[in-house]
Design a binder for this molecule. Structure first.
Ligand SMILES: Nc1ncnc2c1ncn2[C@@H]1O[C@H](COP(=O)(O)OP(=O)(O)O)[C@@H](O)[C@H]1O
Ligand SMILES: CC(=O)N[C@@H](CCC(=O)OP(=O)(O)O)C(=O)O
Length: 257
């Protein structure tokens, strides 16, 4: 069975349109098993501001106190997951929302508790939960909250969560859906970038902020043998008749002859 992991960022969640879902249905027709992992960073920020809870990011990861975790889970699981799962359902697929901490789907350990608080990295993915959903032709929609030892929950960056799922199920593709068409360098969309170029662009501060966890995850996946990783926009068709629109991340750039 071939599968595809689609990470949908909070930046674009409210703007997903028919074009995005047309691409999704095309992939479904090609018999890909689809798995969603979603974010919701901007929505968590808004809710924290509403509650007057200070928020802070360290290297692109949210510093997560117990209070922040409660709001993050409420927004991710209660709002972002619900919205995305409903939209998937409305567009003809059968979405099934699941929190990463349910049934040990995502297991994690602390990254650096002193610096980041309740933030984790995924150590294991319980594939039997996903297989059960695949067997029922359901599309899992996973919230990036994971279970740690002792029943504690940890907040996971959604890009990292998507990469961990793609790696675990040996997906053919991992697609990072965001609010831009792909990676822009000096104002131009890059159709393909390799590991060396990405490292250079990060050093030169041409790839910054929320794009860094995406490219880091992408390179990690490529190094583990995943077939293709793309950064695409959720505002348009990202796949049509075998053609991907966006930035392809590769280990080494193909030399076109
Ligand atoms: N070189 C780049 N090309 C395109 N976007 C970039 C680049 N460097 C940083 N970004 C930023 O990354 C953002 C996407 O990441 P993020 O806001 O975390 O989205 P998401 O919620 O989809 O994960 C873009 O909106 C853009 O502001
Ligand atoms: C640890 C950490 O940073 N977790 C993220 C989880 C959501 C996320 O990653 O959402 P986007 O994909 O929309 O950025 C957060 O709390 O914002």
């Amino acid at each position: 069975m071939k599968s595809i992991v689609i990470k949908c960022g909070g930046s674009v969640m409210e703007e997903l349109g028919d074009a995005f879902f047309d691409s999704l249905l095309e992939l479904k027709k090609e018999e890909y098993q689809i798995v969603f992992v979603h974010g919701g960073g901007p929505q968590i920020n808004s809710m924290l501001e509403l509650f007057n809870i200070p928020h802070e990011f360290v290297n692109g990861l949210r510093k997560t106190t117990p209070e922040v975790l409660e709001v993050a889970e409420m927004v991710l699981s209660g709002q972002s997951n619900r919205k995305l799962t409903s939209m998937i359902e409305l567009h003809g697929l059968r979405g099934f929302g699941v929190n990463g901490s349910d049934a040990g789907l995502l297991k994690a350990e602390f990254i650096n508790q002193d610096e980041l608080g309740l933030v984790g990295e995924i150590t294991a993915v319980n594939q039997s939960v996903l297989e059960m959903l695949f067997n029922e032709d359901l599309v899992p929609v996973i919230t990036p909250i994971a279970a740690a030892e002792g029943g504690m929950k940890l907040n996971i960056n959604a890009d990292y969560a998507a990469a961990a799922v793609a790696n675990a199920i040996k997906a053919e593709h991992c697609i990072f859906v965001t609010d831009v068409k792909g990676i822009f360098i000096d104002g131009n969309l890059s159709l393909q970038l390799d590991a060396d170029e990405i490292e250079q662009h990060i050093n030169d501060k041409k790839i910054t902020g929320g794009m860094i966890p995406k490219v880091t995850s992408a390179l990690n996946l490529i190094s583990k043998g995943l077939n293709s990783v793309m950064i695409v926009s959720g505002k348009e068709k990202f796949y049509e008749e075998g053609i991907w629109n966006g930035t392809n991340i590769s280990a080494k750039k193909e030399v076109l002859t």
